[in-house]
Design a protein around this ligand. Sequence first.
Ligand SMILES: Nc1ncnc2c1ncn2[C@@H]1O[C@H](COP(=O)(O)OP(=O)(O)O)[C@@H](O)[C@H]1O
Ligand SMILES: [Mg+2]
Length: 235
Amino acid sequence: MTLLSVHDLEVGYGAITALHGIDLEVRKGEIVTLIGANGAGKTTTLRTISGLLKPQRGDVRFNGNPITGVKPHVITKMGISHVPEGRGIFANLSVAENLELGAYLRRDKIQQAEYQRIFTLFPVLKERMKQNAGTLSGGEQQMLAISRALMSKPQVLLLDEPSLGLAPQMVQTIFRVIREINAEGTTILLVEQNAHMALVTAHRGYVMETGRIVLADETKALLASDRIKKAYLGG
Ligand SMILES: Nc1ncnc2c1ncn2[C@@H]1O[C@H](COP(=O)(O)OP(=O)(O)O)[C@@H](O)[C@H]1O
Ligand SMILES: [Mg+2]
C-alpha cells in the first residue's frame, strides 16, 4: 500500500527551479532512500513533503489524500515527522524539554513506555535528560532529533542526512537504529549523501541529479549497477 507519494513535483526558490517534476512513492513498512550529490534537491523534496515549501506544480499525497498546501504542523499531526538537515534541536533547552516539544502537538503527556523506548534505542540519552542539548556530541544530538520526531508517533519519518558529520562508529549506530525503528513499524524516507550506508539499509532507492530522479529501483539492483558504483560508491 502506498503511504506517501509525490507526483510531478516542481519546486523553486524565486527564479531557481530546484525540482523539475519528480515522482516518488513510499509504501507502508518500507525504508526508501533518496540519494544524490550536494545540491541535487533532496532537502527541497523533504521540505515540500512536510509542508515547509509550496510546489509550483504537482502534488504530495499521504494515505491517498492530497496534502499539498497543508500547514506543516497539521502534516505532522497527520503522521509525517521530519528530522531536518542540521537536526534542528534547541541547544539552550534540556534533552527532556526538546522531547516534550516533540510531543507538543499531542494532547497527552509523554508516556513512561515511550521514554523507555527512546532509552532502549539510545541508552545514552537517559543520562543526558537534564543536560542542555547544546552540550551533546553531534551523534547524541542526532539521536535526540530522531527521538523528538518519534514523539509525534509518526507513520512516516523523514530523515535528512542523519549521518552527516558523524564519526564512523556513530554512523553505524544511527543506521542500526533506523532499521530498528522501521522494524517496529515506522515507514522511513531517508535522504543521504552516504550512498553506501543508505543503499545497504533501505529496501528501495531513488537517485537524484540536479532536481530530477534519474534512477529508481530495489537497493539490491542499485548496489549492483555500474553507473551507481562509479558515481556514488567510489568505484
Ligand atoms: N533557500 C534557498 N534559496 C535558493 N536556492 C536554494 C535554497 N535552498 C536550496 N537551494 C538550491 O536548490 C537546489 C537544491 O538544494 P537542496 O534541496 O538543498 O539539495 P540537497 O539537499 O540535495 O543538497 C540547489 O541548487 C540549491 O542551491
Ligand atoms: Mg540537503
